[in-house]
Write a protein that binds this ligand. Structure first.
Ligand SMILES: C[S@@+](CC[C@H](N)C(=O)[O-])C[C@H]1O[C@@H](n2cnc3c(N)ncnc32)[C@H](O)[C@@H]1O
Length: 340
């Protein structure tokens, strides 16, 4: 049957056949959920995969894929570890492990689902896998910085991606109407699907906008933003898993602060009196504080250290309507030191 096929294809098919045979044998010997998870973790470590898209270790990643392939809930009780699995189901799990290793895609892109806070979100390669350090702060409605969550009436989630922070905000601030803006139309299509899934299409409005450009001077009680902030040199060293994410969602320019700088300079014109700006900057704290030495940033402790700042409108440089090039030239006058 193979005789008519080119030699390269024949050898590829032969390898696939032998892998399938090995997987079938492996699937027969891996009889429980726990054994499958251990096997996945072993394979992932051997393949030197990178984690950090919703799981922090090979074992967590293997557990996620195993439970997904077996159609078990991610919060299944630990008793499920000893559950005996039919060989066909075990094979399904092993195939997913192999796909994870071959394609180096984060588990969330394979399962099409990521969790943030206590909520699931649809994801695909049009958006980054949700993992914002702002999410845990929303659990308590940004206390103690926001004194009364019921008083928050308007929220903007800038750089919304999948819409995850906008959706978490809707739960954190029950009286708020929310705008969710992104420059990427394809990210907004994912956000739209998540709004529908979470039945929030009426309370959250999606806006295609380069930061504030399409928001026409609207002002908010609260502006949240997880912008792109990876430096150019870090972008070059990112593991393969991160290269499946949209570059526009990660790349923050030479110092990682291209977008953050604009946000700091342009936000006061979009906040109500005593409104609050909350921005994730990853490891950019020192650089940002050097750049805006007079701005009294407050830093929230997160799992990643002081990766999120909060500031009231009154602490921000006063801007009315600035274009981004104006904003750049105002840098020195509002406390930014020249970096060159
Ligand atoms: C780090 S992702 C954050 C997504 C989401 N908020 C989250 O936490 O998972 C950054 C998002 O910013 C968007 N973005 C990049 N530059 C932008 C700009 N100038 N204006 C608006 N959105 C921008 C990207 O399309 C991407 O969806």
């Amino acid at each position: 049957m193979l005789s008519g096929k080119p030699k390269k294809l024949r050898s590829k098919l032969a390898t696939q056949k032998s892998t399938l045979k090995t997987e079938t044998t492996a699937a027969r010997s891996l009889r429980t959920v726990g054994a499958l998870i251990r096997e996945g973790a072993r394979r992932f470590l051997r393949a030197r995969l990178a984690f950090g898209h919703g799981s922090v270790s090979a074992t967590e990643e293997a557990a996620w894929l195993t439970l997904h392939a077996l159609r078990l809930p991610l919060n299944a009780p630990s008793a499920v570890m000893s559950r005996v699995i039919a060989p066909a189901a075990a094979e399904r799990v092993l195939r997913l492990f192999e796909q994870r290793i071959r394609e180096r895609k984060p588990a969330a892109y394979l399962t099409r689902e990521a969790w943030l806070g206590d909520l699931p979100f649809y994801v695909d390669e049009r958006v980054i896998v949700p993992r914002s350090h702002i999410a845990p702060l929303l659990r308590d409605g940004l206390a103690p910085w926001v004194a009364k969550r019921h008083n928050v009436r308007s929220v903007l989630d800038l750089c919304t991606g999948s819409g995850c922070l906008a959706i978490l905000s809707a739960h954190a601030f029950p009286n708020a109407r929310i705008d969710a803006a992104d420059i990427s139309a394809s990210a907004l299509a994912v956000a739209r699907r998540n709004l529908r899934d979470h039945r929030l299409s009426r309370r959250i409005r999606l806006v295609k906008s380069d930061l504030y450009s399409a928001l026409h001077g609207k002002r908010y009680d609260l502006i949240l933003c997880n912008p792109p902030y990876v430096t150019t040199s870090s972008m070059r060293r990112l593991p393969a898993e991160y290269r499946h994410e949209p570059g526009i969602a990660l790349a923050g320019g030479a110092d990682g602060l291209d977008v953050v700088r604009r946000i700091v300079l342009e936000s006061s014109a979009h906040l109500r009196p005593h409104g609050m700006l909350v921005v994730e900057v990853g490891r950019g704290r020192r650089r940002l504080e050097r750049m805006f030495s007079k701005i009294p940033f407050v830093w929230a402790e997160t799992d990643a250290g002081a990766a999120v700042f909060l500031i009231e409108r009154e602490g921000l440089p006063a801007q009315e309507t600035l274009s981004s090039s104006d904003a750049r030239s105002r840098r020195v006058s509002c406390g930014a030191s020249s970096r060159k």
